[in-house]
Structures are given as structure tokens and as C-alpha cells.
Write a protein that binds this ligand. Structure first.
Ligand SMILES: [Cu+2]
Length: 159
């Protein structure tokens, strides 16, 4: 028992001595290089944690990109009004509210999206259109009659 306790004590003493020696060497004449390697080890650890932080934020971004975002579009004679025409890549549901007096709808075209359109609805009704936007430029318009030529068209910038 006493023997074992002494061995443990000796082992701990050795560890403590090693720690002290390490501390001494970094504070000694070779402090420059020791400090340098300590800094390097520190930056490696920091890089590691930064990497894990960025990967978790990337996962968060992925989650965000996976969530469909709602964009309200007001359709009138003859214009499409959106809160913004600048988007980040992701999936969006354009919810058009027919705030005018005629039938309106939405159609969109751009990178990866070819003429996806919503139902045409009358005054006071809403129609939605869900698309995944990639980096690039999209055109959003009303495909009813000649509404597009009359001004129901807007350009969306995704980047
Ligand atoms: Cu229209």
C-alpha cells in the first residue's frame, strides 16, 4: 500500500516536473522558439475550433437554405410589387396577392427554372409559386393576357 502510494506520488511528481520543465523552457533562453511553437500549437487549436465553428454554421446555413422563405408579391394593373428584388440562393414561395381588379398569375424563368407558373386568380385571391433560386438573374411576370407587356414584369437578382 505504502509502496503503491509512493509510486503514484513519484509518477505525479514526474509529471509535475515535466510541466515545470516545459514551463521553464518556454520562459528560458530558447523562449523565442518555444513561444513560437506554443503559438503555433495555439493557432492550430484555434484553427480547429474555427473549422468546427464554420462547419456548424455551414450546417446552419444548409438548414436555412432548406427552409422555404415566403416572399409577398402584390399584383395590380399593371405591376408586380415585391418587398425586395435581391435574394440569396435558396427555395422561395412567392405568394401573390391579387390586389387589382383583373385576373393575375405569376410565372418565373431563370437558371434552373423554366416557366414555372402559379394558378391564375381573381381580385382578392392569392396564388403561390415555389421555386429554388440559384445565383443569377430571374424574370418574374404575370402570364395572363398581355399583362407582361403592360408592365407586370420584374427582374430578380440572386447572388
Ligand atoms: Cu396580370
Amino acid at each position: 500500500m505504502t509502496m503503491r502510494r509512493n509510486l503514484v506520488g513519484a509518477a505525479m511528481g514526474a509529471v509535475a516536473t515535466a510541466a515545470v520543465l516545459t514551463a521553464c523552457s518556454s520562459g528560458g533562453s530558447s523562449g523565442g522558439s518555444a513561444a513560437g511553437s506554443t503559438a503555433a500549437a495555439g493557432s492550430t487549436a484555434a484553427t480547429g475550433s474555427t473549422a468546427s465553428t464554420s462547419s456548424s454554421s455551414a450546417a446552419a446555413t444548409g438548414t436555412q437554405a432548406g427552409a422555404t422563405q415566403m416572399v409577398k408579391v402584390s399584383a395590380t394593373e399593371f405591376a408586380l410589387t415585391l418587398p425586395t428584388t435581391t435574394f440569396t440562393p435558396g427555395t422561395y414561395t412567392f405568394q401573390m396577392s391579387d390586389d387589382g381588379h383583373a385576373t393575375h398569375a405569376l410565372e418565373i424563368q431563370g437558371p434552373g427554372v423554366t416557366g414555372t407558373k402559379s394558378d391564375a386568380v381573381g381580385p382578392g385571391a392569392t396564388a403561390s409559386l415555389t421555386v429554388t433560386l440559384q445565383k443569377g438573374t430571374y424574370t418574374l411576370w404575370c402570364p395572363v393576357a398581355n399583362h407582361r407587356a403592360l408592365g407586370m414584369q420584374t427582374t430578380l437578382t440572386v447572388g
